[in-house]
Design a binder for this molecule. Structure first.
Ligand code: CP3
Length: 347
């Protein structure tokens, strides 16, 4: 086993606020980096990159080499899960993901760990390789999409504007939709457990579309399945912290934290930080929440917002991050500017 860690992110989960706080960025690996584009273009597309452990591991480590974040996040995608469940996914240039028509839950069948594992073995291999190469102060984050968000892609067949197809489906066929969520809970627990066994030290559950639901739907489709995943992971791996990201959940962030048992929540940029300090940071570790567009702009405008976030949330256990992923048009030198600012910050 690995020696006792002195990894700042893991210390924060033990309840120690650090000055400066540790940081990493969602989508820290990706198209804004020329070295990513170079490796990406060497293969047959995005999914091929996710399933090529040598290249995926290299891409995971690229931002760490440049900027020294406190955590690396596995390079993969939330949509490898439907792919491994038997609903093919394709990423077309400039189009985003395109999924085969939803075959129905009975066609997908009971969760079969063996076939699922066969598809995802290269991802686990990436986790092991990254963990081997990571420095002793950098943590490895594994992840999956939350059942609701993954289900939106499975039913809509790709990205959506208004979620009409998935909402109509869920409301008119509630049992079938619950069955889909249950299948995704099984798959996610299995998938995250394997990532832990291969070296992931923290997990994040991405619920990017949690913010389009009313309170009751949020309870049934976001909190219910997430609670079940967290409960089962904590039962088997009590030492591995789980970060939830119910993006744009607004005041429902509080219910989410109280109900799901996550160890931390990632906040999007619409959450006012002084409200968060009072209402959420008293319940769990928080992570966030700079608007990714400020990183596109950089300079003093970015630093003013950064300073505000750090001075209000930096007093209690906190992990600095963005409110959503790094945008492809972000100048890499602005990320260097952000890293330097966070590293030299003190109250
Ligand atoms: O660095 C990291 O954060 C790790 C890798 C990662 C990717 N996607 C790589 C990726 C992670 C954690 C994700 C999560 C993900 N994927 C989410 C949740 C977070 C969020 O952004 O809301 C979602 C909704 C997806 C689904 C997805 N993947 C879409 C809609 C798209 C197309 C849009 C786009 O940004 O291109 C992707 C593709 C994708 N996933 C890319 C990357 C780097 C771009 C692919 C390319 O190189 O062409």
């Amino acid at each position: 086993m690995h020696a006792l860690p002195r990894k700042p992110i893991l210390q924060v989960f033990k309840g120690e606020p650090l000055t400066p706080p540790p940081f990493w960025l969602m989508r820290q690996a990706g198209r804004y980096l020329p070295e990513y584009r170079e490796i990406r273009n060497r293969g047959k597309g995005f999914l091929d990159l996710c399933f090529s452990p040598d290249r995926a591991a290299e891409v995971t480590l690229q931002p760490i080499k440049r900027y020294g974040m406190d955590a690396a996040i596995l390079f993969s995608d939330i949509l490898v899960v439907p792919h491994a469940l038997g609903q093919g996914v394709d990423f077309q240039e400039g189009e985003g993901p395109v999924l085969e028509d939803f075959p129905g839950v009975s066609k997908l069948g009971e969760f079969n760990p063996d076939t699922f594992h066969k598809y995802l073995e290269p991802v686990y291999e990436t986790v092991s390789r990254v963990r081997e190469k990571l420095g002793e102060n950098t943590a490895l984050i594994g992840f999956c999409g939350a059942p609701w968000t993954v289900a939106t892609y499975m039913i809509e067949g790709g990205s959506s504007r208004d979620f009409t197809t998935v909402k109509t489906f869920a409301l008119s066929q509630p049992q079938e939709f619950q069955n889909l969520l249950s299948l995704l809970v099984e798959a996610s627990v299995h998938y995250l457990g394997k990532q832990i066994e291969c070296g992931a030290e923290v997990l994040q559950i991405f619920d990017s579309w949690a913010g389009v639901l009313d309170e009751r739907q949020f309870q049934q489709w976001v909190m219910g399945p997430t609670k079940e995943i967290v409960r089962r992971l904590h039962e088997t791996y009590p030492h591995v912290p789980v970060i939830g990201f119910p993006r744009q959940a607004g005041p429902l962030y509080v219910d989410y934290v109280k109900e799901t048992g996550v160890d931390a929540v990632s906040l999007d940029q619409t959450m006012p930080v002084s409200w968060v300090a009072r209402e959420i940071q008293t319940l769990c570790v928080v992570q966030g929440n700079l608007d990714p567009h400020l990183l596109v702009t950089g300079g003093d405008v970015m630093k003013e917002s950064l300073g505000g976030i750090l001075s209000i949330l930096g007093k209690a256990p906190f992990i600095f991050n963005l409110g959503h992923g790094v945008l492809p048009m972000t100048p890499p030198e602005h990320v260097a500017e952000l890293a330097a600012f966070v590293r030299s910050w003190s109250p």
